[in-house]
Design a protein. Sequence first.
Length: 167
Amino acid sequence: MKIHRFLDSIRQTAMIWKPSLGCALAWAIARFAGSNHPYLAPLTVVLCLQATPDRSVQSSWQRMIGTVIGVAIATVIVNGVGVSAWTVGMIVFISILIGKQLKLDDMIIHQVGVSAILVLVFENHSVSYALDRIVDTAIGIVVAIILDLFIFPPRKSSLNKTRHRHF
């Protein structure tokens, strides 16, 4: 009985310790992988851990797409045109337009624009930023999904409570 209560307590507090554990793991993995910007991996963990594993997977998938699109657009435009106020506007416009065309979530569409702007700014200071952005995002996503799906996943009954809490 005590072990059952202990496990329930761990499961109920998962919203607190899963992101913390995930951030530490993601940072360590990103550093081990040679990232010059390891903070991107734990940032992704925090953004991808959702109330349910299904939502975490969906959010992660879209976040990866948004990041890759934003990085690609910014890299092409910055290398072709350079950095200016007009470049920033053009990158955000093209990024969000492509996100809309792909019917991504509004939250993820903004991720496309954010990734593009960050690459635009940081690529001038660090040649590895664009690649680190993609690799560290992937690391954060993998850590978040593994934590959410396999380490004390929410029980079906708690998922139903979460879903009906809004009604």
